[in-house]
Design a protein around this ligand. Structure first.
Ligand SMILES: Cc1ncc(C[n+]2csc(CCOP(=O)(O)OP(=O)(O)O)c2C)c(N)n1
Ligand SMILES: [Mg+2]
Length: 757
């Protein structure tokens, strides 16, 4: 540890701790007294016994100073409205060692205090300037190479730094997913975009390590390693002892992680380059060599508060602040620089000032660059869609041999078999898609040997084997984290969520993470995913709220997400083809909702009529995004907008309405629910004399609200109209569930009301 001259530790009770930290450095160097060695050559240890050589030290020291001055610059220029982010990296500059000891092709998911890490990683490729790039990001410039001005993130496409959101710990599941994917690629013959012996690394704070999203990643990493499966992930816990204002109990990180089975613990002093380097090296080498999950406990400190708005002096004692400031890793680095003989005092100070000048100059230049100035610009990377390419991909049929192999001959191709119900046709479609896409993986809870709780995935495991069809542990957050990892490595994941209710407990992995990646990376990174979810109500004999969750509200406002629901087997096959194409071509995240109650439904009007079974659409047929299905298109007296279970229900009710009112009834299956196709809805509504919106979801915030809005905005607000929707309640068990959900009688009654208007 550095020794702080008493003149500095007795520093005044200044309000602006950034200025104090800055002054500390200058005075520390000026007042430093100590033995000076003969300067080592580039390849000699910087200090006797250190694993770090002189060249390495010089570069790390410079990266640390760059990071520090970016922080100091941000504090100054924030108040001038030239910079829009002040969460800094000061005290964490030791993470530059992790960057130096890993490769730029090791995918990195970084903590927000990674300025020095980034400065160091920038060295790995020629012609890149960390100061210029970071300044553009701080300034929210349109030219920001990480996010195009959408977020202050640490990110870089060429350096394999995938930008992260501010949601702490939410990146750990996908980091582990990426590590698992690196290894799984070999097993499925997939070519990785990075070297085969890459590791995934992921940094986070001490407080964040307690978060459920972090714990699931540690647990899943250990669960994987316990089965002797590789998971080369380096978790780097940057322990500064505090989270905003809440102190981490002393030694909690080492007490909590030192002895975890199958999570190999290493400690490194991130405050001291000369000492910490060998420790970081051991952790990185261990992870790369053994392919085991590795936990690097990196000691850091936090200077200048949590962010620029955190005036620590108001809630922490001066003595404590002074003690923290005395542990500044840059003071220790300056001491190494001077003691090693590599730098004179003047050389340190002029390096420090030169970096200050460069950071301010870059920030001023960045401020002069254009910012995002139109909504279209802001939204450009959010939801790319290239219809001709998606259509061509969805209709692509160049895999006839694989199909013949998978289905067992021409006669057994599903299009040559009699019409079948939803569950069978989803199953056939999934066989087809895994045959079409060798990089596709299907996984989730119980999907493999058992074939899913509703047999929808039956036979896939046998056909495609365990590397492509497999059970995961019971954790939806991790299932969706894995999906992002596979996608990051160029695969096409088809995760299954067993019930919609259990999507809700992992929703952030789609809402906050997967769906936001294209936006926050300016579409440089994509994580194509087709998430299948068994969903919605009306299950007979098996029930209660959680197995009949009918609310897709949580999906409705996720920007960029695509969600669809098929009510019949042929639609399911075509919709899945389109979703896979949307994922492959445009990198989209898709949710495919499967109405459980329709899985086995064969009849429409009468028992045994077989009218809810359909011919399997041969490959080559797909469905356009947003395209609904219209039943009885000529009818205008009443148009019913619905989806999922509502479709056969509305068709049955239509018969009764036709009898009772003498009306012709059109039923419109929306099929695509997020985003709603407003133009399609408007076109249908304009032809309607009366309108019913049948939405089994709840009254509040359900799809029905969106449909009504589209109709009203299309100028059809005066058309007599009514909603038939689920009640704003949880769903009870057994027959009482039908009190909550819309039924045929209610639809007929609603039509009666419209007739009376
Ligand atoms: C899920 C979530 N909850 C709360 C926050 C608000 N928040 C931002 S940083 C932070 C503290 C994190 O502390 P730590 O992990 O120790 O990292 P440090 O800032 O100390 O480096 C909190 C509570 C958040 N960003 N995400
Ligand atoms: Mg902390």
């Amino acid at each position: 540890m550095s020794t702080i001259p008493s003149a500095i530790s007795a520093r005044h009770k200044g309000f602006n701790r950034a200025e104090i930290v800055d002054q500390n450095f200058l005075e520390f160097v000026q007042l430093w007294r100590g033995e000076v060695h003969a300067a080592p050559r580039d390849d000699e240890p910087v200090l006797p016994g250190s694993a770090l050589d002189a060249r390495g030290f010089r570069e790390l020291f410079e990266s640390q100073i760059i990071s520090r001055h970016l922080d100091l610059m941000a504090r100054v220029l924030r108040v001038q409205n030239k910079v829009f982010y002040t969460i800094g990296s000061s005290g964490h500059e030791g993470n530059a060692m992790v960057a130096r000891l890993t490769r730029h092709t090791d995918p990195a998911f970084l903590h927000y205090r990674s300025g020095a890490f980034m400065a160091e990683r920038f060295r790995k490729l020629p012609g890149m300037d960390p100061i210029v790039d970071s300044a553009l990001s701080f300034a929210a410039s349109k030219d920001d190479p990480a996010s195009g001005g959408r977020h202050k993130v640490w990110g870089s496409k060429p350096l394999w730094v995938l930008p992260q959101t501010s949601t702490i710990a939410s990146h750990l599941p996908k980091a582990l997913g990426t590590a698992v994917a690196i290894e799984q690629a070999r097993r499925i013959g997939h070519r990785l975009p990075i070297p085969e012996d890459s590791i995934a690394l992921c940094s986070f704070g001490d407080a964040s390590s307690n978060h459920a999203s972090a714990q699931t990643a540690f647990n899943t990493a250990a669960w994987t390693a316990y089965q002797k499966l590789p998971a080369p992930v380096l978790f780097v816990c940057e322990d500064n002892g505090i989270g905003i204002s809440v102190k981490t109990p002393a030694d909690w990180i080492s007490a909590n992680f030192r002895n975890r089975t199958n999570l190999d613990y290493f400690f490194a002093d991130g405050l001291d380059l000369a000492d910490g380097y060998a420790q970081v090296l051991s952790a990185v080498q261990h992870c790369r060599r053994t392919r085991r999950p590795t936990f690097l406990h990196l000691k850091t400190t936090r200077l200048m508060g949590h962010a620029g708005t955190d005036f620590e002096i108001e809630w922490r004692s001066v003595e404590e602040l002074v003690a923290v400031e005395a542990s500044d890793p840059l003071l220790r680095s300056a001491a190494i620089a001077l003691q090693s003989g590599l730098y004179s005092k003047d050389a340190v100070l002029s390096l420090y000032e030169a970096m200050r000048t460069r950071c301010f100059a870059a920030a001023e230049a960045a401020d002069a660059r254009p910012r995002l100035s139109s909504l279209a610009e802001v939204m450009k990377p959010l939801a790319p869609y290239t219809p001709p390419a998606v259509k061509a991909e969805a209709e692509r049929t160049d895999y006839p041999e694989q199909r013949l192999f998978v289905f067992g001959g021409e006669a057994k191709l599903p299009e040559n078999l009699p019409p079948r119900h939803l569950a069978i046709q989803i199953n056939q479609a999934l066989h087809d898609l895994l045959a079409k896409y060798p990089q596709a993986l299907l996984y989730g809870e119980d999907v493999a040997q058992k074939g899913g709780v509703y047999t929808v995935t039956k036979g896939l495991y046998k056909t495609f084997k365990g590397a492509r069809v497999f059970n995961t542990l019971l954790d939806e957050t991790m299932i969706l984290g894995l999906a992002q990892g596979y996608a990051n490595m160029g695969m096409l994941p088809l995760p299954e969520i067993q019930y919609l209710a259990y999507f809700h407990n992992a929703c952030d992995q789609i809402r906050g993470e997967a769906a936001s990646l294209q936006f926050f990376s300016n579409d440089q990174y994509r994580n194509p995913i087709v998430m299948r979810v068994a969903a919605l109500g009306y299950q007979k004999g098996f029930g209660g709220h959680f197995h009949n969750d009918n609310s897709i509200t949580a999906l409705r406002d996720i920007p960029g997400l695509i969600a669809g629901c098929a009510s019949r087997g042929d639609d399911a096959a075509m919709m899945l083809r389109t979703m896979m194409a949307l994922a492959k071509v445009d990198g989209r995240v898709c949710a495919f909702l499967e109405p459980i109650a329709l899985y086995m439904t064969k009849d429409l009007y009468e028992p045994g009529d077989g009218q809810w079974q359909f011919a399997y659409p041969a490959p080559g047929r797909a469905m356009t995004l947003g395209e609904g299905r219209i039943y009885n298109e000529a009818a205008q007296d009443l148009v019913v907008f619905t989806f999922g279970n509502g479709v056969p229900m509305a068709l049955r009710a239509a018969r009764a309405i036709e009898k009772e009112q003498g009306w012709q009834v059109r039923v419109v299956d929306l099929r695509w629910l997020v985003p709603l196709n407003d133009a399609f809805i408007a076109a249908q509504a304009k032809q309607a004399k009366r309108i019913l919106v049948l939405d089994e979801g709840r009254k509040s915030a359900g799809v029905g609200e969106g449909v009504i809005t589209a109709i009203a905005e299309a100028g059809c607000g005066a058309t007599p109209m009514k909603r038939v929707v689920g009640a704003d309640t949880f769903t009870p068990l057994a027959g009482a569930a039908l009190l909550v959900l819309p039924g045929e009688a209610e639809i007929v009654a609603a039509a009666r009301e419209l007739a009376a208007r």
